[in-house]
Design a protein around this ligand. Structure first.
Ligand code: HEM
Length: 92
């Protein structure tokens, strides 16, 4: 959701060998709720087509990082606008 965290303290998760390394270095908000980690089209801030429940889940992840005492927000991203008639990522 455009927030940048220093997750160095979670290297076992987000480092090169971690199961969640796909979340490092990019805004992959969509994959947080679709679980489509190996589908590049989900490693995006494009939230079109997600359900209300999924948006709520995503907000819970935002809260998880905001409330963490391991991770610290270091910035925000200026995200490009999603082109309205571009294809919506397909479920994986
Ligand atoms: C949409 C699907 C999923 C997402 C987005 C997700 C995301 C994450 C993230 C970001 C972490 C790291 C938390 C941290 O930094 O402390 C984590 C931890 C973990 N995840 Fe997942 N996960 C998903 C599905 C699963 C599934 C299906 C399993 C099990 C089969 C699983 C098992 C775990 C385990 C065991 C941990 C470590 C928890 C701990 O030691 O505190 N996750 N998950």
């Amino acid at each position: 959701m455009g927030q940048v965290y220093d997750v160095s303290n979670g290297e076992e998760y987000y480092g090169k060998k971690g199961s969640y390394s796909i979340f490092a270095g990019k805004d992959a908000s969509r994959a947080f709720v679709t679980g489509c980690f190996s589908d590049a089209s989900h490693l995006t801030h494009d939230l079109r087509g997600l359900s209300e429940n999924q948006i709520e889940e995503l907000k819970n992840w935002v809260k998880f990082y905001q409330e963490s005492d391991k991770y610290f927000q270091v910035g925000t991203l200026e995200l490009p606008e999603i082109v309205p008639d571009s294809p919506v990522p397909l479920p994986c």
